[in-house]
Design a protein around this ligand. Structure first.
Ligand code: UGA
Length: 500
């Protein structure tokens, strides 16, 4: 089918390339001429594993082309709207890019068009789109508007496109539903040459094709992201409780995740969720609910707990280092999650801002996100690898759980640091290996492992406030137990503690 994709961001470019890969004739456009020029020249505007190969193969065989807006509107029987809906200051989604696409469609499109809303939008946006097209559309424009929310995760977007759990389509006519089924038929049947796996499908049940009305489909997207965010904040609170009570959150997750009704996914505790989806979608959902007279207090608390993660993490570090001013801190990981170069709303960025404000010196490394992070934080020092960043550091912080950080040479790390102290903000490091090399490791929701003879407090000594007048994490009533590792204490630790 002839398909045009409007917007070449994470969602648009992945959708365009993958639709071309499964056999459609795709034209992709973007209001950012610079981005189009980058794509036309065969380069990628961001890092997403596997996407570059699909884009270049589909460009080479002519199924994917990057074109101007008019050519795109003229080409596609189906028009996928994948433009950004960033948050406004009050938390509402900014729909001006959607409105501007609607205006262009109304002005230029003729004949039948299937208009597919893929951008994350508030419920009833489809209704508004229809009203707009009815009022401003050219004579002869026939259309359906469908909602087709995306569930792609950055870092595994290609895999998620080709092997989704479900495809949700909010359609009001049989014609629209049938066209959407045709578009996704190769994915539903898994009848394409999979660019991700040698043998497919990868042991998963076939994707469910869920057809709803458009309002429900729009709501499904916000409700899904908010639910996942809720799981993360829930386990983060449980992890605070574990620290205070001397329990181990990993064991707790194993125990509760073993219940199929709960499941273990999205129960990884840490420094909080970031990225351009959860934080903004959560806020938007609260605002949408308010618009309809529902006070979604539950989600407000999810957001408050998440914001408090940064405060709590910095407080624990300060507690351990006594003061942060003048301390050399190594940061491993800047992206909001592994396998992406995206630093938008990354907890790592928020933590570094706080540390810089308190006078710490930041030495960072990230496999992909350093260029983008440097634009946000010009004051940080960037290094070629994790070891260089850790050189003479008073502490190292694991803020993004890239695989390569889990396999470091711990003897080399311990020798490089002024004080072998690692804060594992993602519970991703092999704590026993670190302890065996005399490295004190402070994880989330667990006992602190340390070298012999050194007592370590496992949590900040005071409550961390989230919003004015509110405290979400109570101070622990007693220090969590200290797990003592075998092996000598690091010789430089005393020096570092003396406040160098
Ligand atoms: C999320 C959803 O997972 C996708 O389904 C959705 O399509 C996408 O938003 C979107 O709306 O576009 P994404 O933000 O790319 O995808 O990444 P996630 O894997 O969901 O992670 C989000 C954040 O939560 C990251 O900062 C991650 O570190 C954090 N997280 C995730 C945790 O702290 N704990 C967990 O257990 C899982």
């Amino acid at each position: 089918m002839k398909i045009s994709v409007i917007g070449a961001g994470y969602v648009g470019l992945t959708t365009a390339a993958c639709l071309a890969h499964i056999g459609h004739e795709v034209r992709c456009t973007d209001s950012d001429r610079g981005k189009l020029a980058v794509l036309e020249s065969g380069r990628m505007p961001f890092y997403e594993p596997g996407l570059d190969a699909i884009v270049s193969a589909a460009s080479a065989n002519g199924r994917l082309r990057f074109v101007g807006a008019h050519e795109a509107l003229a080409h596609g029987e189906a028009l996928f709207i994948c433009v950004g809906t960033p948050p406004l200051a009050n938390g509402d989604a900014d729909l001006s890019a959607i409105e501007s696409v609607a205006r262009e469609i109304a002005r230029h499109a003729q004949g039948y068009r299937l208009i597919v809303e893929k951008s994350t939008v508030p419920v009833q946006t489809g209704q508004r789109l229809r009203r707009h097209l009815d009022i401003y559309g050219r004579a002869g424009l026939e259309y359906d508007v469908v909602s087709n929310p995306e569930f792609l995760r950055e870092g595994s977007a290609v895999e998620d496109f080709f092997h989704p759990d479900r495809i949700v389509v909010g359609a009001e006519s049989g014609r629209a539903r049938r066209l959407m089924e045709d578009i996704y038929r190769p994915v539903l049947d898994q009848s394409f040459a999979c660019p991700v796996h040698a043998a497919c499908p990868p042991g998963r049940a076939p994707a469910a094709f869920i057809v709803t009305d458009t309002n429900s489909a729009e709501l499904i997207k916000h409700a899904s992201n908010s639910f996942l965010a809720m799981k993360i904040s829930y386990i983060n609170m449980v992890s605070d409780l574990c620290e205070a009570a001397g329990a181990d959150v990993d064991s707790v997750v194993q125990g509760i995740g073993g219940d199929r009704r709960i499941g273990a996914s999205f129960l990884r505790p840490g420094i909080g969720f970031g990225g351009f989806c959860f934080p903004k979608d959560l806020q938007a959902f609260v605002r949408i609910a308010e618009t309809f007279g529902c006070d979604f207090g539950l989600l407000k608390q999810v957001e408050a707990i998440n914001l408090a993660r940064v405060d709590r993490f910095v407080a624990r570090l300060r507690d351990e280092l006594w003061t942060l001013a003048g301390k050399k801190i190594a940061v491993w990981g800047l992206a909001f999650k592994p396998e992406t170069d995206d630093v938008r709303f990354a907890p790592a960025i928020a933590i570094i801002r706080r540390l810089l404000a308190e006078g710490a010196e930041i030495h960072a490394f990230d496999p992909q996100a350093m260029e983008k992070a440097q634009r946000e934080l010009p004051a940080i020092h960037l290094h070629a690898d994790a070891y260089a960043a850790a050189e003479r550091a008073d502490a190292a912080l694991l803020l993004t759980e890239w695989k390569e950080f889990q396999q470091l040479d711990w003897a080399r790390v311990a020798a490089a640091m002024a004080r072998p102290l690692i804060f594992d903000g993602r519970n991703a490091l092999p704590a026993p290996d670190l302890a065996a090399h005399g490295i004190q490791c402070v994880g989330i929701g667990k006992a602190v492992s340390t070298a012999p003879g050194k007592a370590v407090s496992a949590a900040p000594s005071k409550a961390v406030s989230t919003a004015p007048g509110k405290a979400v994490s109570a101070a622990p009533s007693k220090a969590a137990p200290v797990q003592t590792a075998a092996g000598p204490a690091h010789p430089r630790a005393a020096l570092a503690e003396a406040g160098r």
